[in-house]
Design a protein around this ligand. Structure first.
Ligand code: SF4
Length: 468
């Protein structure tokens, strides 16, 4: 997928002004945020489970080569073929080659963000192969002119029921429905013939398990099963190399956190562990199974100051809780991964110069770190990316000048005292008699969509002294 992150500011401005989107994004708080909050209380020892998950993810990341080799050995022993792709483009090429080798005309897909990195649908279409998205959210986006997902677990979260009703009526050429169960039934009716006539099933992999050579696929709709064990004779798994877990026990530990953090469920509706193609005596399953394990910039993070990012389990909690994502949605970020995790991943995979505004798209409030089930220090990583940008002169001149002046003042306590005294009094004057400031000259971005509480007119030190 082409990176559009350089348009972040312009897109974010449009999204802020989009009232319908603002309404639709409220689902994040009402469904996901509250769902997670109650789901984690089911665990006797949430913090202990997090510690265990971090340890298990880091054991895999720190010895990635060893666990990938173990995985390859066991997957091959089970009859699968394991292929590695250095770049997302290489990965697409490999999948197309597999499809051509098996004479594939149609491929059903379950949701995979790595396939978005690969722009896989485009590559398949260019090779004359019809890709059909079967996750409901992805299906909605595909029939809407191949729109990009805006969330890693709820790809169509930016749409409302009315919009989808109109879309279904237009594309399905059937009477407009507004009842959600009826609408999902209609989507199932549209997808069923594709499942039955598909030659190849493509899935992502939430994890691959080294000790068994299996892939773990977690969904709520069961479409991954329809893509892999119904008729397709070929199953291709596309996933990132960092998704390896040494053992099934590691997987069980991580699964205690993944659905709870993602959708507030104790467990997802379907958790499939698929090992090798169909064996003699098996009643179903593909005749051929392939793994395409994608690097796509990941090895660049191994051993770096951003290594911790690799333990991400793609739950989406950081974006659900992010005050920035909650206001602008996922499309503003301009690539596959939005929200705080995307603001670290995009510049890390593609280069800081291609996503200059993303590390700034955060208030550094720390909520993403608080809710991340594997405690990735996202604010610290964003700060490190900002430092990199400044060091590489990627930030605008006025911003660098401002930071230089601020650093000069902050290192001189007497000067800092005078400057902060002047600052709070100026802001107080700006507020007049009001409790909030609705317009800040030179920093309009802060007040365009919200009011800033007016300071009392005294610095923290002055207030502290008075309290004493
Ligand atoms: S960074 Fe943490 S919270 Fe965000 S998607 Fe990854 S695991 Fe989930």
């Amino acid at each position: 997928m082409q990176i559009q992150s350089m348009h972040f500011k312009a897109r974010a401005g449009q999204k802020l002004a989009d009232q319908r989107l603002q309404q639709n994004l409220k689902k994040l708080s009402t469904k996901f945020v509250s769902g997670r909050a109650s789901a984690i209380t089911e665990l006797d020892d949430f913090e202990g489970t997090r510690d265990a998950a971090i340890e298990r993810r880091m054991r895999a990341i720190e010895n990635l080569d060893v666990w990938l080799a173990t995985f390859e050995q066991n997957a091959t022993r089970a009859g699968a073929t394991v292929l590695y792709a250095e770049s997302a483009e290489d990965a697409s090429r490999l999948v197309v080659e597999i499809a051509k080798k098996h004479g594939v005309k149609k491929a059903t897909k379950s949701k995979s963000m790595v396939s978005e990195e690969m722009a896989l649908n485009k590559a398949l279409e260019a090779a004359g192969i019809q890709p059909v998205e079967t996750d409901l959210g992805e299906y909605i986006l595909q029939i809407n002119n191949n729109e990009a997902p805006s969330h890693i677990i709820a790809p169509a979260v930016h749409k409302d029921k009315e919009e989808i009703s109109d879309l279904f009526a237009r594309v399905h050429q059937r009477p407009r429905l507004t009842d959600i169960p009826q609408m999902t039934r209609e989507a199932r009716e549209m997808l069923r013939p594709h499942f039955l006539s598909s030659d190849m099933g493509i899935t992502g992999g939430n994890f691959v398990i080294a000790e068994t050579g299996s892939v773990a696929v977690v969904t709520n709709e069961g479409n991954e099963g329809m893509c892999t064990i119904l008729p397709p004779k070929v199953h291709v798994v596309v996933t990132g190399i960092e998704k390896v877990l040494p053992t099934l026990e590691d997987f069980a530990t991580v699964m205690r956190l993944l659905p709870r953090s993602a959708t507030g469920q104790s467990i997802s509706n379907y958790v499939s562990l698929l090992t090798g193609p169909r064996r003699e005596g098996d009643r179903d399953g593909p005749e051929h199974m392939y793994f395409v394990l994608v690097d796509g910039g990941r090895t660049g993070l191994v051993g770096s100051e951003f290594q911790e990012m690799l333990r991400c389990i793609r739950c989406g909690a950081c974006m659900n809780h992010c005050p920035v994502y909650q206001k602008i949605g996922g499309h503003s970020y301009g690539w596959v991964y939005p929200g705080p995790m995307g603001s670290v991943l995009t510049p890390s995979y593609a280069g800081v110069e291609k996503a200059v505004d993303l590390p700034q798209a955060s208030t550094l409030c720390g909520e993403c770190h608080v809710v991340c089930p594997v405690r990735i220090p996202l604010p610290d990583l964003l700060r490190k990316l900002r430092e990199k940008q400044v060091a590489q002169h990627l930030r605008p001149g006025f911003e660098r000048l401002g930071l230089t002046v601020w650093a000069f003042v902050a290192r001189r306590p007497a000067l800092y005292r005078i400057a902060s005294r002047f600052g709070v009094r100026a802001l107080r004057l700006l507020a007049g008699g009001r409790k909030t400031i609705s317009r800040l000259p030179f920093a309009r971005g802060w007040t365009d969509y919200r009011e800033m509480p007016a300071p009392s007119g005294k610095t923290f030190r002055e207030l502290y002294r008075e309290r004493k």
